[in-house]
Design a protein around this ligand. Structure first.
Ligand code: SAH
Length: 249
């Protein structure tokens, strides 16, 4: 079975032991691409000890300063979340998520993003995820250790890789343009926000809920690069037709 080409991104992990244990979890399941966003302490003897033979995954881990650098080139990003969120963000089970990621990984770069041990993913990170995956743990005690959550999801990816489901056919549909990358989607959302503000549609004092709802809508559509270009063209045309807002508003 070939390697599973799903990137594992750990956001600001605080315990180096968890980084090592995540590398080990990945290697046992045939994953190798680890990206660390601003780890508190790395490299570290603790990480190497807990990797226990998965040193190659650890040594090839990429270290970046921001989540954007970790996922900008990805067309599909899933956030692992221990909590179910207030605004109903699409959330998958590990099994469904793994099948989708494995299928998409055949044509696009894909990633799962994990949050820091104490706080989980913050709202800014969540906004960069097209969907969430939740391990259906004990509702009264649902937060797994970071590396254990990595293990469960890597296991599901492996099973999905061994037994590709019928979903593959649906997901690898013929496209006439590649899916938009995470960076291209961010560019679109920034442009959309600017136009919504300029036109007076978005109240700058209460932007959050509307912006999240719009992200959810466009994530459902799985935009490709041509579609993003069309929308950007439309926004540019609207921008030209709406006068600059006056400063004394
Ligand atoms: N205290 C944090 C949990 C942090 S655990 C919170 O309440 O959100 C560290 C990371 O492990 C989480 O950010 C998530 O990425 C992953 N994780 C832990 N439990 C999980 C679960 N049940 N489902 C999915 N991911 C989980």
């Amino acid at each position: 079975m070939p390697d599973i080409a799903v990137r594992i991104v750990l956001c600001e992990p605080t315990h180096p032991g968890n980084i090592g244990a995540s590398a080990r979890a990945m290697k046992t399941m045939g994953l190798s691409e680890l990206v660390l966003v601003a780890p508190k302490l790395f490299p570290s003897a603790d990480a190497t000890a807990r990797a226990s033979g998965a040193d190659d995954v650890l040594e090839s881990a990429q270290i970046v300063a921001t989540l954007a650098e970790a996922i900008d080139d990805c067309a599909y990003v899933v956030g692992a979340s221990a909590r179910l969120r207030s605004l109903d963000w699409p959330t998958m089970t590990p099994r469904v998520c793994a099948a989708e990621l494995v299928a998409r990984s055949r044509t696009d770069k894909v990633a799962i993003v994990f949050g820091p041990e104490h706080s989980g993913l913050d709202n800014e990170a969540l906004a960069r995820c097209q969907t969430l995956v939740n391990i259906p743990a004990n509702p009264a005690y649902s937060s797994l250790n970071l590396a254990m959550a990595v293990q469960v999801l890597c296991y599901e990816l492996r099973v999905a890789g061994i037994e590709p489901g019928d979903d593959d056919a649906r997901l690898i549909e013929q496209r006439d343009a590649p899916l938009a990358t995470s960076a291209e989607l961010e560019g679109f959302h920034a442009h959309l926000e600017a136009v919504m503000l300029r036109s007076g549609f978005l109240n700058p004092d209460h932007p959050k809920l509307l912006k999240r709802r719009l992200r959810r809508l466009f994530n459902r559509a799985c935009l490709d690069q041509t579609e993003v270009n069309i929308l950007r063209g439309l926004l540019a045309a609207v921008e030209r037709s709406v006068p600059e807002p006056s400063q004394d508003r």
